[in-house]
Design a protein around this ligand. Structure first.
Ligand code: AMP
Ligand code: MG
Length: 483
């Protein structure tokens, strides 16, 4: 067995030691590559392509680490469904940071790699099915042009993980531009040591927002930039009907990437009040609440930063409050940008929100499919719109035709490529593919689904069964944290 030649760095360990624990993955019995993302590996200039599967499996399970690696688990805190806890990577280990040829830095993290000091009651492990789900949805988000952590590989461990019953275990290799979360700042603030907070803030600015190094008010400037990135991110989610499902502050990155694909799912029929997660009883993280929740999370971020915003408490509070209150405007303008693009509206007019909301309302009252309705509208396929005979829609459509740039109406490839997807990871298809793996050990349906969602904009004849919601509408569909 060969140690792979990955030259990983460890800038995170320059932070004070409270922020991490040095720990190695716990080896597993018989690791085997289930999926390896060649394309991602190449694009990051990781020298892994062509390595034999046995060596890859040994490395990406954590059994045989590359030379000179200094793995860590990160400490953080977080508000989970509104309740504050001290957390940390309970089942994840960052093996190091990879820097690409263009100088972009990424964490390489194993998820499901064994217990850490932050595991609490957990076993530090992950099921194959939940890691495949993360792989699939994160790659779908990337193909849809939405900032996200990526998935490099899934390795089965050959061991069972107990979740009511024994299930096959696996390790996911996650690539992220960092794992710094709102919760990491909450953790720094909770440590009560301003030096920890200063160190984390400086590190974060250097790593993600280097232009702010010159700012006279770096903490406030950081708050504003994170707010803008989150506004953009949530608007993009709304554009494709994505529901994260567990927007706890520990699952909100400072980089603006989507992270932690537990109980997430995509809308089928347009019902903004939908929350799929089985544990989200109060629908805290429903589709329509995501912007308000991001705003709430940013308020927690702002609270953590207060001592660095201004030495005078009242001034700091006032500045932070003003900044957090800007989020609503940031989000509104990002959402309009996303929706104008989805509707081929070429410029900005004050009546646009009305036009957009009218379409959404007709869609909602008809119980129509979110993805398909937009695709049909902008691809000249009114025959595919289930409410095309509705008089309200006929009126609306005339207004819309006058407002849009009809030259953009799609037939030619250029627009179809990047406006409204034809394919999203349909809930019933995701479940079907994961069942095939779990019950029959058959990965083929999963791989086919991965092919479909990796190229979401262009309809292909041989993938017609991936185009719509399930026939029974998957009534009462629920997702599980599925650890
Ligand atoms: P999540 O809901 O996935 O964001 O996880 C919340 C917290 O629970 C994090 O601190 C995780 O590391 C921890 N956690 C989740 N699953 C496990 C597990 N199987 N073993 C140990 N810790 C876990
Ligand atoms: Mg998490």
């Amino acid at each position: 067995m060969n140690n792979l030649n990955l030259k990983l760095q460890n800038s995170y360990t320059d932070l004070p030691e409270v922020f991490f624990t040095r720990i190695s993955p716990t080896p597993v019995t018989s690791p085997e590559i289930v999926l390896f993302n060649d394309y991602l590996s190449e694009s990051l200039n990781l020298s892994l392509t062509g390595v034999n599967k046995k060596d890859l499996a040994a490395t990406l399970s954590g059994n045989l680490l590359p030379n000179n690696t200094n793995p860590i688990s990160q400490a953080y805190a977080g508000h989970q469904f509104g309740h504050f806890s001290i957390l940390g990577d309970g089942r994840a280990i960052v093996i190091g940071e990879h820097v690409t040829k263009c100088g972009k830095r990424f964490d390489i993290q194993f998820k499901g790699s064994g217990p850490t000091p932050y595991s609490r009651q957990g076993d530090g492990r992950a099921t194959l099915s939940s890691m495949l789900r993360e792989y699939l949805i994160s790659e779908a988000m990337n193909a849809l042009g939405i900032p996200t952590t990526r998935s490099l590989a899934v390795v089965s461990s050959g061991e069972s993980v107990y979740r009511n019953k024994p299930l096959p275990g696996a390790i996911l290799t996650r690539v992220a531009s960092s794992h710094i979360r709102v919760g990491t700042f909450q953790y720094a603030a909770a440590s009560g040591q301003i030096n920890n907070l200063k160190a984390l803030t400086n590190y974060t600015i250097k790593r993600h927002y280097p232009l702010l190094l010159e700012s006279d008010y770096p903490a406030l400037a950081l708050l504003e930039e994170v707010s803008k990135r989150q506004a953009k991110l949530i608007a993009e989610w709304m554009g494709v009907g994505f529901i994260h499902g567990v927007m706890n502050t520990d699952n909100m990155t400072i980089s603006g990437e989507t992270i932690d694909y537990g109980p997430c799912a995509f809308l089928d029929k347009y019902d903004p009040s939908i929350a799929f997660s089985s544990i989200d009883h109060g629908k805290r993280y429903a589709f329509e609440k995501q912007a308000a929740i991001a705003n709430w999370n940013l308020a927690r971020f702002a609270e953590s930063l207060l001592p660095l915003i201004d030495p005078d408490k009242d001034t700091a509070l006032k500045l932070a409050e003003n900044s957090v209150n800007q989020f609503r405007d940031f989000f509104e303008s990002e959402w309009l940008r996303v929706m104008r693009k989805k509707m081929l509206i070429p410029d900005e007019k004050s009546d646009d929100p009305k036009l957009i909301w009218e379409f959404l309302e007709i869609m909602q009252s008809s119980g129509a499919d979110y993805t398909n309705s937009f695709y049909a509208l902008t691809n000249n396929r009114l025959d595919l719109i289930s409410f095309s005979k509705n008089p309200n829609f006929i009126n609306w459509h005339k207004k819309w035709q006058n407002r849009t740039n009809q030259n953009l109406l799609i037939n030619e490839d250029s627009n179809e490529k990047s406006i409204n997807p034809a394919y999203i990871p349909r809930n019933h298809k995701v479940e079907e593919a994961l069942q095939a793996v779990e019950v029959n050990g058959n990965i083929e349906p999963f791989k086919r689904l991965l092919t479909v969602i990796s190229n979401p904009y262009k309809i292909r004849d041989d993938f017609s069964e991936y185009l719509g919601p399930s026939e029974d509408g998957l009534v009462g569909y629920q997702t599980f944290c599925g650890t």
